[in-house]
Design a binder for this molecule. Structure first.
Ligand code: PMP
Length: 354
């Protein structure tokens, strides 16, 4: 198997699994219990909080553990009345009835007109890997006295994240995008005292996120932010891989790149072949043992065309033909060459020409 869908989810690696197993099998105490087994669980949560804080230049008391970025995004938005977001957000933001879409250029006018109280723009798009420079938007929002949230789910590990430098009021992450398991996420809140909880219940997470903590998942995400944060070395390796894929396809006829590689994370390439529907290509690649996405994983079961590609100006004849390759540094040259050959062969099989 060649796994080229790391933007959908990643493998839980051995060191992470090892950490998790110890908190599932041996140190399984409830962190609210006062005896030693409970205290040990409590301690591991606080260690993970420190690890996460360090990784994004926050303070531990600004870090909250959730079930994933969907919950983190919803929690933040639940605290506001009228939210302005980009047109290319993930559905965990777009589908929220409080969220109203806006272009960069209309932001100021829309905030004023609607008396908005939160702006949310993602840091990296999940379908194309495009990086957004949100700094000027944060500045505009703050100048107008309103708060700014960013969904950094697709950014962690691929670009450095520094919450002080970004100057955002809140930021979401999801563990399974960087080798922790599914079902654990992070919400950074610059000033936690300004927020109400999403769930009411026990006193966990300083009364802001009730429910017995996912200790093994939290221990895993703590270890994962240490092991899989951005590094220049990883960046270099992945950029070279991106360059190889790009060069291999750029001279084909009727090809369109949805990823602008000069402004994207180094682990993604989204591209389309005219007259070769992505669903068919994805299934043929699947039969060759290659996992790619034909649309983002969250959309690929719907027949609706991608809202992101439409907004980003992908021509009509390429919209239904887009596939996303997303790798990590472990892919070998041999595997890259096999994937390139397989894509070319299967595109030819579908449309009759390369
Ligand atoms: N935001 C973005 C940009 C994502 O890519 C995803 C996951 N595809 C999410 C939010 C939601 O993450 P989760 O499903 O882990 O809650």
């Amino acid at each position: 198997m060649i796994y080229l869908d790391n933007a959908a989810t990643t493998r839980v690696t051995e060191p992470i699994l090892e950490v998790m197993l110890s908190y599932l099998k041996e140190s399984y105490g409830n962190p609210s219990s006062l005896y030693f087994l409970g205290r040990k669980s409590k301690r591991v949560i606080e260690t993970a909080r420190e690890q996460v804080a360090k990784a994004i230049n926050a303070k531990p008391e600004q870090i909250f553990f959730t079930s994933g970025a969907t919950e983190s995004n919803n929690w933040v938005i639940s605290n506001f009345d009228y939210v302005i977001c980009s047109k290319i957000e993930h559905h965990s933001i777009l589908n929220n009835p409080k969220c109203h879409q806006s272009d960069f250029s209309e932001l100021e006018r829309k905030i004023r007109k609607n008396n908005a109280d939160l702006v949310t723009y993602m840091l990296v798009n999940n379908e194309t890997g495009q990086i957004f420079d949100i700094k000027s938007l944060v500045e505009i929002s703050h100048k107008m006295g309103i708060m700014f949230h960013t969904d950094a789910t697709q950014a962690f590990g691929h670009i450095p994240i520094d919450v002080k430098e970004l100057a955002v009021d809140s930021l979401s992450l999801s563990g399974h995008k960087f080798h922790a398991p599914k079902g654990v996420g992070i919400l950074y809140l610059k000033d936690p005292s300004k927020y109400k909880p999403l769930f009411y219940g026990g006193q966990q997470e300083k009364n802001l996120r009730a429910g017995t903590e996912n200790v093994a998942g939290i221990a895993a995400i703590g270890k994962a932010v240490e092991l899989y944060n951005f590094s220049k070395e990883k960046d270099g390796i992945c950029r070279t891989i991106q360059g190889k894929f790009y060069s291999a396809f750029k001279d084909m006829t009727d090809v369109w790149f949805n990823t602008n590689i000069s402004n994207s994370i180094p682990t993604t390439l989204n591209l389309a072949f005219k007259n070769a529907e992505s669903e068919s290509l994805m299934l043929l690649l699947d039969s060759n043992g290659i996992c790619v996405s034909s649309g983002s994983a969250c959309n690929s079961r719907s027949l609706e065309s991608s809202h992101v590609l439409k907004v980003m100006g992908t021509p009509e004849e390429y919209i239904y033909n887009s596939i996303r390759l997303s790798w990590d540094e472990s892919i070998t040259n041999e595997q890259i060459n096999y994937v390139i050959k397989s894509i070319k062969n299967n595109v030819k099989k579908i449309r009759g020409y390369v």
